[in-house]
Design a protein around this ligand. Structure first.
Ligand SMILES: C[S@@+](CC[C@H](N)C(=O)[O-])C[C@H]1O[C@@H](n2cnc3c(N)ncnc32)[C@H](O)[C@@H]1O
Length: 341
C-alpha cells in the first residue's frame, strides 16, 4: 500500500470514530483533497464514495459511504472468474456491461493491424478476457486467423492456444507475436497450430501446451461463405451446404466443452447473411447448434459492423441496391456468450 493510501485509511478510520458529523465531514474533506492530489493507488470508487459521504445528511449515511471508501483501498472483492476488484467497481469505465457494443475505431496499437480480411477488432477478445479470465488463465481460439485474440491474450498476460487451417496466416500471426515479445512476459505461453478445428485432438493440444483446462473459448468462424478464406478441404467458408457448416460449428463447440473448466465460458462471434434475396439468420442457427452441446446461453451482444473491405468505398452503390431490392444492409453482428452446463 502506498503512503498516500495509508494516510487516507488512517484518516477515514478517525472520521468513522468521531462522534460529531461536522468533524467527520471535515476530516473526509481533507481525505478527498489528499486523494485528488495523490498519484498512486487512488481510485474513482474512493473519490466517488468520499464525495457521497461529504454530501450525506445523516451521520449513518456519512459512515456508510466512508466505509465503502475505505473498502475500495483495503478490500479485494472478487468473483474468481476474473481479476476485477468489485470493491473498486467504479474504476472499470472501459468495461462494457450493455448488450449493444458500438466500436467506432479498431485498436491498432502494439501488434494489431487490420490487414487480414475478416479479422475482428481486438476490443472483442479484450472485453471478453477482462470479464471471463484472470491473468495466467488459458484461452482457446479455434479460428485464430491473424492472431488477434492471441496477441490480445499476450498483452493481457493470458495464455492462448490458437488453431487455423491457413498456415500462411499463422506464420504472419507468429511474426507479429514475436515482434511484441517482452522478456518480462516470458511466462506467457502462446501456441498456434495449423489444422482443421473440427478434426484436431484438443486434449493433445492442451497437453503439449502444458495447459490443464481452458477458461474461455472464442470462436470467430467464417460467416459461412461470405468471405472465402481458402480452397483447403475442411475450410468452413467453402462448406457446400449450410447444414454441414452448422454441424461443424456444433462439433467444434463440443470439442471446446470437453477441455473447458467447469466455470468456463464460450463466445461465438458471427454475423448473418443474405442468400437469394432471403436473410439467413446464421447467428441464431449457429447459437442453436451450440446450445445442443452442453452450454447455457448467458448473453447475446449486438455489435456494430462496418462492412467488409470489399464493400468499403462502394457504400453509395450498396445503398442504391438496398433501396431497389427492399432489404436492409448488415450493420451488426453477434457475440453469443455461453457458460458450461
Ligand atoms: C473470420 S476468420 C477469423 C479471424 C480472426 N478472428 C482474426 O482476428 O484474425 C475465420 C478463420 O477460420 C479459418 N478456418 C476456416 N475453416 C477452418 C477450420 N475447419 N479449422 C480451422 N480454421 C478454419 C480461416 O482460415 C480464417 O482464418
Amino acid at each position: 500500500m502506498s503512503s498516500d493510501s495509508e494516510k487516507i485509511s488512517e484518516k477515514i478510520e478517525i472520521a468513522l470514530h468521531s462522534p460529531d458529523v461536522f468533524e467527520k465531514k471535515n476530516i473526509l474533506g481533507e481525505v478527498l483533497s489528499i486523494a485528488l492530489e495523490a498519484h498512486q493507488d487512488i481510485n474513482m470508487t474512493l473519490v466517488d464514495n468520499l464525495e457521497h459521504s461529504i454530501g450525506a445528511r445523516s451521520s449513518e449515511r456519512v459512515d456508510h459511504y466512508a466505509r465503502k471508501a475505505l473498502d475500495s483501498i483495503n478490500k479485494i472483492k472478487n468473483n474468481r472468474i476474473n481479476d476485477l476488484n468489485l470493491a473498486r467497481w467504479k474504476d472499470y469505465d472501459e468495461i462494457i456491461t450493455d448488450s449493444l457494443w458500438i466500436m467506432e475505431r479498431r485498436d491498432r496499437t502494439k501488434g494489431h493491424d487490420a490487414s487480414y480480411w475478416g479479422n475482428f477488432v481486438p476490443q472483442i477478445p479484450h472485453q471478453l478476457m477482462l470479464r471471463y479470465t484472470r491473468k495466467g488463465d488459458w484461452i482457446l481460439d479455434p479460428f485464430v486467423g491473424s492472431g488477434t485474440s492471441a496477441i490480445e491474450a499476450y498483452r493481457m498476460e493470458r495464455n492462448a492456444i490458437g488453431i487455423d487451417l491457413n498456415p500462411t496466416i499463422l506464420s504472419s500471426a507468429n511474426a507479429k507475436l514475436e515482434a511484441i515479445r517482452e522478456e518480462k512476459m516470458d511466462n506467457v505461453k502462446i501456441s498456434l497450430h495449423n489444422g482443421d478445428s473440427s478434426m484436431i485432438d484438443y486434449e493433445k493440444l492442451l497437453e503439449n501446451a502444458g495447459c490443464r483446462k481452458i477458461k474461455l473459448a472464442i470462436l470467430h468462424p467464417p460467416y459461412h461463405d461470405i468471405i472465402k478464406f481458402s480452397e483447403t478441404e475442411g475450410d468452413l467458408s467453402i462448406c457446400p451446404d449450410q447444414d454441414i457448416f452448422l454441424e461443424k460449428i456444433g462439433v467444434i463447440a463440443e470439442k471446446c466443452n470437453k477441455v473447458m473448466s467447469e466455470d468456463g465460458h464460450l463466445a461465438l462471434v458471427i454475423g448473418d447473411k443474405y442468400e437469394n434475396g432471403r436473410w439467413i439468420p446464421l447467428g441464431f442457427l449457429s447459437m442453436n447448434e451450440i446450445l445442443k452441446k452442453g452450454f447455457y446461453l448467458k448473453s447475446i451482444i449486438v455489435k456494430n459492423y462496418e462492412g467488409t473491405k470489399g464493400k468499403r468505398g462502394s457504400e453509395e452503390l450498396w445503398r442504391y441496391r438496398s433501396l431497389a431490392g427492399g432489404y436492409y444492409l448488415f450493420k451488426h453482428e453477434y457475440i453469443f456468450l455461453f457458460t458450461k452446463k
